[in-house]
Design a protein around this ligand. Structure first.
Ligand SMILES: *[C@@H]1O[C@H](CO)[C@@H](O)[C@H](O)[C@H]1NC(C)=O
Ligand SMILES: *[C@@H]1O[C@H](CO)[C@@H](O)[C@H](O)[C@H]1NC(C)=O
Ligand SMILES: *[C@@H]1O[C@H](CO)[C@@H](O)[C@H](O)[C@H]1NC(C)=O
Ligand SMILES: *[C@@H]1O[C@H](CO)[C@@H](O)[C@H](O)[C@H]1NC(C)=O
Ligand SMILES: *[C@@H]1O[C@H](CO)[C@@H](O)[C@H](O)[C@H]1NC(C)=O
Ligand SMILES: *[C@@H]1O[C@H](CO)[C@@H](O)[C@H](O)[C@H]1NC(C)=O
Ligand SMILES: *[C@@H]1O[C@H](CO)[C@@H](O)[C@H](O)[C@H]1NC(C)=O
Ligand SMILES: *[C@@H]1O[C@H](CO)[C@@H](O)[C@H](O)[C@H]1NC(C)=O
Ligand SMILES: *[C@@H]1O[C@H](CO)[C@@H](O)[C@H](O)[C@H]1NC(C)=O
Ligand SMILES: *[C@@H]1O[C@H](CO)[C@@H](O)[C@H](O)[C@H]1NC(C)=O
Length: 813
């Protein structure tokens, strides 16, 4: 009775407090006595708040109807849990899931059906106990008479270490298959412990503990993150926050991608910034791409399959890739040795699992050894060091990196056709990007292709990314062409008829072969295909893109049709038009509008007289027109169109120009499409982008939304003003400008009004300073934290407002 009464009083007190000061966290308690409890349905009211308000403790939503009892930074906009009682067993959000500080001193969490899913196991005490949340983020149960702690959350970290929280030989940070812990030899390590293999990947296992700058002589096994942002371990592992200093709220978190990152909380925005990370080479983490999979980081994590291997489970890269032929199989029925050949893939290796290791052998000996061993699936050979040969059995921990000079040779059947390859590549773990889309041949990138340098087999596979979202498209656009009949062929037929009434049409292969003079004049080339110039029967000039990365066996005509139905309907003056397509057996081609005055980068970055084409500097009025057109095209994609197209690769190479310098955005056809209702943003299965134009959130584990385009547009806008690549700008010391420095410069320009200093000198003062200032202002806004970035609609409106200005009114400098 008394207990109930106490709870009653507490509830009344809390509700009263809440009535008075509901939005303020200070209404919550710092300490609670026995008998207190909180139901999940009271969420978001915290259970406890630390005395200075830094931390809150209570229920956090972990899924649709799933909640964890957690601690978080009160000021964190996204309430990231820094500790959870029941991370792996969330409780039901409806009903009476409840955390209770019982009379006997046990803090326990019960699910709606009454099951105790977690408890501190401190029950049975006769003493007077209290539970409190400290300013360090430590949840503590203390004996009120002695002040001694009987239990504290600091002893049971989940994936996060807080400043002053000791990390000891008894604690571990765990995220998925990854953990950070002190090993028996006193070294702080990171381990991948997956379903098939387990291996240590940090410190780098290829060299000794000492060569990694560690020691195993200090047995204290303690590490601590201090208040200034220094993480120091007794084995001499050390990390320093880039914003070193007191007064910043930080955390150190083991993450699902196997990296440990230090974050600083931005007090004004409530967002987190990465200020240190343990693995500078993210693919160093093991297990990311599964068996046979290859990990690549450029500039975000991506998985792909080697030649002849296909993704095992498209929803989960950790399931790796499987060979399309028999290899490494010693059972009878596998082809004999002479039926195998090898495919060479540079810059690539698999860590560990060598069948043996042999020095001083010739390449041929090494190859023959692998050929003759049935279990050998590939070998690596290094000339430096006197011919080291590493035949591989199982392939795990694969990575590929431009600066890695090892070569791997994959064993494939003799009749394996490498040029007919199609490689699936996809980002790992939800986020992620395409292969290195850095431009090798500028004109080649007009249609957004991967560079040739990444090898013939690393196809971008962007098209498959689109196909993967097909289901979603059907849902999103079903109203458009789905008749009451559920049969897909008939609905596609309806879509087809709809399209035939517009200018969009289907071409025969023959027609396109003739139009392009048997694919003679190449306009560009890349991962998803080669683009040729063509002239149709009526004399209309077109760009024909031949898609090479289509898996002919699984991508049927109908799917391709559906695809085209969507692309064909996108129609805006500032977007490159798709006139039609061809799908005949293995031939898949797209027919685009031909835009004759090349891409923006050619006009903006090439020195007059420097290139083949003597271009004069783009006049200011043309620059403004291009900026406005690009903004309108993107606004259409984001807002008007079907409300779900994100371009993901906005850059000058993808902005084509007409003779009148109207901007036309190319390559949105391969852009990823996204649902809009997801409040948390969209999880894209496959992404791409170009370094220098990619929003910072690509590098963080955040869902991607249309704001990535806004960021890239901000960079392009600035480049239009400056007349040079932002990524090429240097400080006086010759270092690359980092984002904070760029925004600092822009902020200075906006504050001082001195836009002249920034504008392309080649214009010799012939520009409109009000327009330029507006562009700088917008560009700056685009580089903000993404929640603060304007939408493309806002931007198009702002630019339109300054459109009717004189071309270049007198500028007095
Ligand atoms: C209670 O619900 C959880 C899931 O919410 C379930 O795992 C558990 O088995 C249930 N226990 C009983 C006793 O029904
Ligand atoms: C071992 O590490 C601890 C914590 O970093 C340090 O205080 C101590 O001096 C070290 N001991 C030796 C012998 O280096
Ligand atoms: C992409 O590839 C190019 C050419 O191979 C290379 O120069 C560049 O450094 C790579 N970029 C990244 C971000 O890896
Ligand atoms: C493919 O995935 C399944 C589980 O989905 C797994 O059992 C199998 O080993 C995987 N194959 C390879 C080659 O990794
Ligand atoms: C090896 O080859 C045999 C015969 O072709 C096949 O039955 C078996 O499944 C293969 N085993 C593996 C692990 O691929
Ligand atoms: C290394 O290669 C040589 C020459 O092929 C061979 O004689 C030797 O047995 C090999 N050593 C091992 C450990 O396999
Ligand atoms: C391999 O595939 C390519 C492209 O599909 C084709 O042109 C070539 O003839 C094929 N070669 C062989 C030997 O089958
Ligand atoms: C771009 O590639 C095409 C086709 O390979 C080639 O003809 C052209 O010379 C290249 N342009 C430059 C600037 O390298
Ligand atoms: C772009 O168009 C202008 C105007 O028609 C023309 O003078 C110029 O030569 C074109 N530039 C290029 C690079 O095609
Ligand atoms: C916090 O974010 C705002 C807006 O993005 C930025 O202006 C400010 O510099 C950030 N503060 C810190 C300490 O990074």
């Amino acid at each position: 009775m008394v207990g109930l009464f106490d709870i009653g009083i507490l509830v009344v007190q809390l509700s009263l407090a809440c009535l008075l000061l509901c939005s303020s966290a200070s209404t919550a308690q710092h300490t609670l006595g026995a008998g207190s409890s909180l139901s999940v349905e009271d969420q978001p009211r915290p259970f406890l708040v630390s005395p200075d308000g830094t931390f809150s403790c209570g229920f956090l939503q972990a899924g649709d109807n799933a909640f964890t009892f957690s601690i978080w930074f009160t000021a964190d906009r996204s309430s990231t849990a820094v500790w959870s009682a029941n991370r792996d067993a969330p409780v039901n959000g409806r009903g009476s899931s409840r955390v209770t500080f019982r009379r006997d001193g046990e803090l326990a969490l019960a699910d709606a059906n009454g099951t105790t899913v977690w408890s501190t196991k401190t029950g049975g005490s006769k003493k007077s106990l209290a539970v409190s949340l400290r300013d360090t983020g430590n949840l503590v149960i203390t004996d009120t008479s002695t002040g001694r702690a009987t239990w504290q959350s600091f002893d049971w970290p989940t994936d996060t270490l807080l400043p002053s929280q000791p990390f000891t030989k008894n604690t571990k940070l765990v995220a998925g298959y990854y953990s950070l812990y002190f090993d028996n030899d006193n070294v702080l390590r990171m381990l991948y412990d997956g379903p098939e293999i387990a291996s240590i990947y940090w410190p780098y296992p290829g060299v000794s503990v000492f060569n990694n700058g560690r020691t195993n002589y200090n047995s204290s096994r303690i590490a601590i993150l201090d208040d200034t942002g220094v993480f120091q371990s007794s084995d001499q592992a050390k990390g320093e926050a880039s914003d070193l200093g007191l007064g910043i709220k930080r955390r150190l978190t083991m993450e699902q991608d196997g990296n440990v990152r230090m974050y600083s909380l931005n007090a004004s925005t409530g967002g987190w910034a990465v200020t240190w990370l343990a693995l500078k080479v993210p693919c160093q983490a093991h297990g990311l791409c599964g068996r046979n999979g290859l990990c690549e980081y450029q500039p975000s994590l991506r998985c792909s399959c080697p030649p002849g291997y296909v993704i095992n489970d498209s929803r989960d890269w950790r399931k790796g890739c499987k060979p399309t032929f028999a290899v490494g199989n010693c059972s009878r029925g596998a082809p004999p040795p002479e039926r195998y050949k090898f495919i060479k893939v540079p810059h690539t290796d698999f860590y560990g699992f060598d069948l043996w290791y042999n020095e001083s052998v010739t390449f041929k000996q090494c190859r023959d050894m692998c050929r003759n061993m049935c279990q050998c699936t590939a070998f690596s050979y290094r000339i430096n060091g006197g011919g080291k040969c590493y035949p591989k059995g199982t392939l795990f921990n694969g990575f590929t990196a431009a600066n890695f000079d090892g070569i791997i040779y994959f064993k494939v059947p003799q009749d394996f056709n490498a040029s007919a390859l199609q490689v699936s590549s996809q980002s790992a773990g939800g986020l992620m990007c395409s292969p290195n889309v850095t431009v090798v041949n500028v004109s080649a990138d007009v249609y957004g292709m991967a560079p040739r340098s990444s090898g013939k087999w690393t196809y971008l596979f962007a098209f498959a990314g689109v196909l993967g979202l097909l289901d979603l498209l059907f849902i999103a656009t079903g109203w458009w062409f789905l008749s009451s009949k559920q049969s897909i062929p008939s609905s596609l037929e309806a879509g087809y008829r709809m399209l035939m009434t517009s200018q969009f049409r289907r071409f025969t292969y023959r027609e396109l072969r003739d139009a392009t003079g048997n694919f003679k004049e190449e306009l560009g080339r890349g991962g998803s295909g080669v683009v040729y110039r063509g002239v149709l029967d009526g004399g209309k000039v077109v760009a024909v893109k031949r898609l090479e990365a289509i898996d002919v066996t699984t991508r049927g005509d109908e799917e391709f049709w559906a695809e085209m139905t969507v692309l064909g309907r996108i129609n805006h003056i500032n977007l490159v038009r798709i006139w039609g397509f061809c799908s005949e057996r293995k031939h898949k081609l797209l027919v685009y509008e031909y835009v004759d005055n090349q891409s923006l980068d050619r006009h903006l970055f090439e020195e007059a007289g420097g290139g083949k084409t003597t271009t004069t500097t783009l006049a200011w009025s043309d620059r403004y027109k291009i900026a406005l057109g690009t903004a309108r095209g993107l606004a259409y994609l984001h807002h008007e169109c079907l409300e779900w197209v994100i371009h993901c690769d906005v850059k000058p190479e993808n902005i084509l120009l007409t003779r009148e310098f109207d901007a036309k955005i190319a390559d949105f056809g391969l852009a990823k499409l996204s649902k809009r209702d997801g409040a948390a943003g969209v999880e894209l299965t496959h992404m791409r982008g170009t370094s220098g134009y990619m929003a910072p959130e690509w590098a963080l584990n955040l869902p991607i939304n249309a704001k990535v385009d806004v960021y890239s547009f901000g960079i392009v806008l600035l480049e239009i003003v400056v007349g040079g690549r932002i990524a090429d700008q240097r400080t006086e010391a010759g270092e690359r400008l980092q984002l904070p420095q760029i925004t600092q410069v822009l902020r200075h320009v906006v504050d001082s009004g001195d836009v002249m200093s920034l504008v392309d000198a080649r214009l010799q003062g012939q520009f409109n300073p009000r327009q330029a200032m507006e562009m700088v202002r917008i560009s700056l806004a685009c580089m903000e934290d993404r929640s603060s970035r304007p939408t493309m609609d806002d931007i198009a409106k702002s630019l339109t407002a300054f459109d009717d200005e004189d071309e270049h009114p007198a500028y007095h400098s």
